[in-house]
Write a protein that binds this ligand. Structure first.
Ligand SMILES: Nc1ncnc2c1ncn2[C@@H]1O[C@H](COP(=O)(O)OP(=O)(O)O)[C@@H](O)[C@H]1O
Ligand SMILES: [Mg+2]
Length: 218
């Protein structure tokens, strides 16, 4: 997959709160590379992830996925693309209430049409990879913010998306864990050849990244 943003402008809000976080932005994201998206708070990192992931339509410009403009797809084709090829890890984690850490991953697999028995062991392994082997049977809503976000990372990796968009994955974890998560994201990107974009202000993520895109300098 290839991702090219061409001449993207996004204006949000109304009246006094109206802002233009992205203005005539051009950027290309190669497959098999982890891009660290940096810039001060409010510089448009989360907005760029939403645009790249077909969650927010830009006011002008094109989002080209494999050369095809997202705006030219039908709504159902866009929905299928989001479901089948794009993995999101939001800052909030966006987990389901009442399910354990392990069940969060199994439910996501099931929704994506993968038989649960084929992913049970891999789900366990991914939760171990993010340091949650001791939390498999804990309900996600009883865990810390950092733990919930790590579940969301494992869940996204389980589905092996072609485009992986991750918002500030290390904001709520300690330093050794941050370095391990950054390494896991980089390894996965190199092994699967996915396009990975990680919004961050964490030097550990910048260090693990193949390239750094600074929104303040565009
Ligand atoms: N729904 C919204 N309505 C109005 N302004 C918004 C909205 N969402 C984000 N913004 C503003 O857009 C700017 C960019 O936000 P964001 O992309 O979240 O930045 P970052 O992730 O880099 O901190 C900020 O000034 C933010 O306040
Ligand atoms: Mg943000």
């Amino acid at each position: 997959m290839s991702l090219n943003l061409h001449d993207i402008t996004v204006t949000l809000g109304r009246g006094d709160s109206r802002t233009t976080p992205l203005r005539a932005l051009n950027a290309d994201f190669p497959a098999g590379r982890l891009t660290a998206l940096v810039g001060p708070s409010g510089s448009g990192k989360s907005t760029l992830l939403a645009v790249a992931g077909a969650l927010l339509r830009p006011d002008t410009g094109q989002v080209l996925l494999d050369g095809a403009d997202l705006a030219s797809l039908t709504p159902s084709a866009r929905a299928r693309l989001r479901r089948e090829r794009i993995g999101y890890v939001f800052q909030s984690g966006n987990l389901l209430t009442g399910l354990t850490a392990h069940e969060q991953l199994l439910a996501a697999a099931s929704i994506a049409g993968r038989p649960v028995r084929t992913v049970r062991e891999r789900a366990r392994q991914l939760l171990a990879d993010v340091g949650l082997e001791h939390r498999l049977r804990h309900r996600a809503d009883t865990l810390s913010g950092g733990e919930r976000q790590r579940i969301a990372i494992a869940r996204a990796l389980l589905l092996e998306p072609a485009l992986l968009l991750v918002d500030e994955p290390t904001a709520a974890v300690d330093r050794p864990r941050a370095a391990a998560l950054a390494a896991l994201l980089a390894d996965t990107t190199h092994r699967h050849g996915c396009i990975t974009v990680v919004a961050t202000h964490d030097p550990a993520v910048e260090k693990a990244a193949d390239r750094v895109l600074d929104l303040a300098s565009l």
